[in-house]
Design a protein. Structure first.
Length: 227
């Protein structure tokens, strides 16, 4: 698996890459809700999601990315400046689940280049895991980053975002969110092979109260204040 930064440079040359990203990450998972063999549409498609479902029912694990629908009444996010918004279809890098609370980074809230930084620092931190991941997944074997899972259950877990942010020169804590796992609808695990589209993904009509551009603008203001 090439680094997210390399993938980003390559895919940036494709004129309609944002449309492709929307098709892969929203239309297939949310609108059409494709599962199993029906979602294996491309030559490099895999179905890690079905393997995970067989093992633990699809319960979220740290190190995986999930998308799902979230009810309006529980999806409200209030910003420090009084602004508030709702993201009905989060795209979340899982950091852990405690009881009924699902925690992680909603990548939708991070600007496009900051998503590249996040994926890149994670990839670099676990390069040994990712280097052979294509061979593992294409042979229908489940690839789980046990080192990261162990880290997220250790006392240092609460500092991981700070460490990753400092290493990348970013503010990943801006995207940290908690969700009630009991009311999540249509939980879907995004395949590793589709992570490359995340930096280009714009979840159209998923936000209410603010649009994605406004949310990203607030990110930069928050990040500047931290320097």
């Amino acid at each position: 698996m090439k680094s997210p930064a390399e993938k980003y440079k390559t895919l940036s040359r494709i004129d309609n890459i944002k449309d492709i990203a929307y098709e892969v990450l929203f239309t297939r998972y949310i609108t059409r809700n494709l599962k199993g063999d029906s979602k294996v549409l491309d030559i490099d498609s895999t179905d890690q999601e079905s393997l995970m479902t067989k093992i633990n029912g699809g319960f979220p694990l740290p190190g995986f990315i999930y998308t799902f629908m979230y009810p309006k009444k529980d999806g409200l996010v209030q910003m420090g400046n009084g602004e508030e918004y709702i993201d009905f279809v989060p795209l979340v890098f899982c950091l852990g689940v405690k009881g009924k609370i699902f925690k992680g980074i909603n990548l939708n809230t991070l600007p496009y280049t900051e998503r590249v930084k996040f994926l890149e620092i994670y990839w670099k931190s676990y390069k040994d895991f990712f280097i052979d991941i294509e061979d593992i997944t294409e042979n229908n074997k489940l690839a789980i980053n046990m080192k990261f899972i162990s880290l997220m259950t250790a006392p240092i877990a609460g500092k991981i975002l700070e460490v990753m942010s400092n290493a990348a020169g970013a503010n990943f804590s801006y995207g940290f969110r908690s969700y009630d796992a009991a009311i999540i609808k249509q939980l879907r695990m995004v395949e590793y092979s589709e992570w490359e589209y995340i930096p280009f993904y714009e979840p159209k009509n998923a936000f209410k109260g603010m649009n994605q551009k406004q949310i990203h603008t607030l990110y930069y203001r928050t990040n500047d204040n931290k320097k």
